[in-house]
Design a protein around this ligand. Structure first.
Ligand code: SAM
Ligand code: SF4
Length: 326
């Protein structure tokens, strides 16, 4: 069953956040002191998250990505993934992580039926990495990448948020990784979510990123897979990994949007940058599958055509990526 929104886009992808907690404090994602954490009872149980996923699959979603906060810090995550991966209709199960806990968890995650890992990695330089993440240990993340492959995963896809003057001088090093290690790289335009004054000074457009790589290497376009969504992908001929750009700010983004999001407190969103959200909790406590499916359908049909984050009139939303899941 094909699920489409009122702008003709196919919606086949659910991003499900399982926690607002995190063991890092990336500068672009949350303030140094972290975000005010939700009370324990406000966070959905795994049973409730499963109900949401089942309802999403029933209306036509095929791919689920588990995110957070940091999903690997929530207790019981491996068992939850095993339950998810057994759901009929789920064709693709992925998880986005900062990689800190991968060394100890990769084998269990693989055995649970998780198919793909995306790892956020913004610098290959230990000092820059520690600066961006406010103290993160690069060696742990790199060891986690190796552990993931040793466990049986394909080389994790790397999410790299590029910021001018911070890590944009590493664009070529990351591109080189697609040849050297076979990881695919997804460059993400920096988005102003922490209400930083003058955030535009960090902006590097996706076009600029690709132009810098193209000045060094020949790039060939890569065909989009069925769940690719708003990224545009290229490859250095002979390279195993692809190089993608997510131009959330500069364009080519909304027209290919294929997703809905649900936070760990059961707030469903049709657009990352909209303040419109639907509370799914009344359909969960007590559980009402039909009502849940109807709410999700409504979110899909109410998806706005585009976000207005680049407009001067954009009203800054009060959220952090750690609460929504990126
Ligand atoms: N903790 C996990 C991680 O870091 O991969 C999953 C959650 S994190 C919120 C999901 C993604 O959002 C990460 O790839 C992160 O780089 C991205 N992200 C967070 N804040 C961002 C921002 N201001 N601009 C662009 N991407 C951002
Ligand atoms: Fe944590 Fe991920 Fe946000 Fe970094 S981007 S602070 S790892 S949730």
């Amino acid at each position: 069953m094909k699920l489409t929104d009122s702008h003709g886009r196919t919606i086949n992808y659910l991003r499900l956040s399982v926690t607002d907690r995190c063991n890092m404090r990336c500068r672009y994602c949350m303030p140094a002191e972290g975000v005010p954490l939700k009370e324990h009872e406000a966070i959905l149980s795994y049973e409730e998250l499963l109900l949401i996923t089942e309802a999403a699959l029933a209306i036509g979603v095929e791919k689920v990505r588990i995110t957070g906060g940091e999903p690997l810090v929530r207790g019981g995550i491996v068992g939850f993934l095993a339950q998810l991966s057994a759901l009929p209709g789920l064709r693709h199960l992925a998880l986005t992580t900062n990689g800190l806990k991968l060394t100890e968890m990769a084998t269990d995650l693989y055995r649970a039926g998780l198919q793909r890992l995306n790892v956020s990695l913004d610098s290959l330089n230990p000092a820059t990495f520690a600066d961006i993440t406010r103290g993160g240990d690069l060696t742990k993340v790199l060891a986690g990448l190796d552990a993931a492959e040793a466990a049986g995963f394909p080389p994790p896809k790397l999410n790299v948020v590029i910021m001018a003057g911070v890590n944009d001088h590493e664009i070529i090093d990351f591109a080189e990784m697609t040849r050297r290690r076979g990881n695919s790289i997804r460059f993400i335009e920096y988005m102003p979510v922490v209400k930083e004054e003058g955030w535009q000074r960090f902006s590097v457009s996706g076009e600029d990123i690709i132009a810098r790589i193209a000045a060094r290497y020949r790039l060939e376009p890569v065909d989009k897979g069925p769940y690719a969504g708003p990224s545009r992908d290229f490859r250095i001929p002979g390279g195993k990994g692809s190089i993608g750009i997510i131009t959330a700010i500069s364009g080519h983004f909304c027209s290919d949007c294929n997703r809905i999001r649900v936070t760990s407190t059961g707030q469903a969103k049709g657009c990352l940058f909209s303040d419109q959200r639907t509370d799914l909790v009344p359909s969960l406590r007590p559980p009402d599958r039909d009502k849940l499916a109807a709410q999700l359908r409504e979110i899909v049909s109410g998806k706005p055509e585009r976000h207005g984050i680049s407009c001067d009139t954009y009203q800054h939303q009060n959220f952090t990526m750690a609460q929504i899941g990126g």
